[in-house]
Design a protein around this ligand. Structure first.
Ligand code: HEM
Length: 413
């Protein structure tokens, strides 16, 4: 029988760069559909807001893809960097999820996150100092010079990665997160190998000489509570989840504000609106367009559609965040709107643990950038901007963002 499933992912550049119309068309057809992924496997794609909330909190829909793999060899292929690094909270269900999340969440309690603000501000100012050395009329790349290094340095601080090691580690992660179709290319395998050796060595060092950082805190709970595999996996997951996402929020957000000068002016008039504006920028620009893959452990009905057991489920957060049934005029950027129910940080037990830190980093990043450079502008035509990340499913970030910062306002201006 011919395969009649619509393909989801592996989009041509025009859709990858601006996927929202494509998502809206699919959502209008049906909020939950069986489609075919670019890798050839089928998956149920959840597009409506109510259905997405339901899918993300339904205990019959599991995050343990490895267990599913054992049950049904057709579901997923094990990716890089391999099983030693995949036993983290985002890949397991309760009770393991509860245990792993509780241990790591010690680093994200409000007081600890708030205490990071001066360090984040120093990092933001330091990066802008470096960019300004090129001169106020020069073209600088905001992705490589600001949006990316800022959260990478913060997660490096949190985890206790020595500053001298961060540039290499960051470069290897960049290669690994670029994405690819089919078998991983040689450079990704090489980068993965370097990350694996580095993180193993870091854990050995912290075991020998513990400090105040999160890795030391996790090791201190003991192997009987948290295995070395779980520490390594958590470490890997925190680096991935903790930098590329926030980097995309910062650079996607700058583009969205430059695309909407009225909203930019409103924000510049009162940077105190930033906390609400940041959530609107997450809703609107989709730094994480889809949640990570799930699988039905048992048959489940989502959005009125029956999904059999052992099927992949992919929740399109970005489509849910532009569901007109939930957000009036969803394709309008409105920094003053009530967007409390957006799903950009997910929903349910796997709701983003780093959300308070991401919000803090983004607020400080925008406050510092717009405070110092309110006349920032694109240095290239808008349609030259390209969004990357292989299949474009879980991460949506710019390849580069060439801008002219413009002069700094005189004090008091
Ligand atoms: C704008 C920035 C960010 C966005 C949009 C974002 C988005 C998300 C989303 C959608 C999920 C749920 C995935 C799923 O259910 O499949 C998630 C989970 C997670 N995020 Fe974030 N994230 C961001 C920043 C961060 C940061 C800065 C950290 C940590 C330093 C972090 C750590 C985590 C962790 C640990 C989880 C797994 C939670 C669990 O499984 O219980 N995230 N994030």
């Amino acid at each position: 029988m011919p395969d009649t499933l619509t393909t989801w992912g592996g989009w041509e550049p025009a859709i990858r760069d601006d996927p929202f119309g494509h998502f809206a068309e699919a959502r209008a057809r049906c909020p939950v559909q069986r489609m075919r992924l670019a890798d050839g496997h089928p998956a149920w794609v959840v597009l409506g807001h109510d259905a997405a909330r339901q899918a993300l909190s339904d205990p019959r829909i599991s995050k343990d893809m490895l267990a599913a793999l054992e049950d049904n060899g057709d579901v997923v292929a094990e990716g890089l960097p391999g099983p030693e690094f995949s036993r983290h909270m985002l890949n397991v269900d309760p009770p393991d999820h509860t245990r792993l999340r509780r241990l790591v969440s010690r680093a994200f309690v409000p007081a600890r996150v708030a205490a990071l603000e001066p360090a984040v501000r120093d990092i933001a100012n330091g990066l802008l100092d470096d960019l300004e050395e090129a001169g106020s009329g020069a073209t600088v790349d905001l992705v490589h010079g600001y949006a990316h290094p800022l959260p990478f340095r913060v997660i490096g601080e949190l985890l206790g990665i020595p500053p001298a090691d961060r540039p290499d580690l960051h470069a290897w992660f960049q290669v690994l997160l670029t994405g690819w179709a089919g078998a991983p290319p040689a450079e990704a395998v090489e980068a993965s190998g370097k990350i694996v050796s580095y993180l193993r060595e870091l854990v050995d060092t912290k075991r020998r000489s513990p400090a105040e950082d999160l890795v030391s805190v996790l090791l201190a709970v003991g192997e009987d509570v948290l295995t070395t595999q779980e520490v390594l996996s958590s470490l890997f997951q925190l680096v991935v989840a903790g930098h590329d996402t926030t980097a995309s929020l910062i650079s996607n957000g700058v583009v969205a504000l430059l695309d909407h000068p009225g909203q930019m002016q409103a924000l510049l008039g009162d940077l105190g609106q930033l906390p609400a504006a940041i959530d609107e920028l997450i809703r609107f620009t989709a730094p994480v367009p889809h949640a990570t893959f799930r699988v039905t452990a048992e048959p489940a009905t989502i959005g009125g559609v029956g999904i059999p057991a052992h099927e992949q489920v992919l929740v399109c957060l970005s489509s849910a965040n532009r569901d007109p049934g939930r957000f009036p005029a969803p394709d309008t950027l409105d920094i003053g709107r009530n967007n409390a129910s957006h799903l950009g940080f997910g929903h349910g037990p796997h709701y983003c643990l780093g959300a308070p830190l991401a919000r803090l980093e983004a607020r400080v990043a925008f406050e510092t950038l717009l405070g110092r450079h309110p006349n920032l502008r694109l240095a290239v035509d808008r349609d030259v901007l390209a969004w990357a990340h292989g299949d474009g499913l879980v991460l949506r970030g710019l390849v580069s963002l060439p801008v002219i910062l413009g002069p700094r306002p005189a004090p008091g201006e």
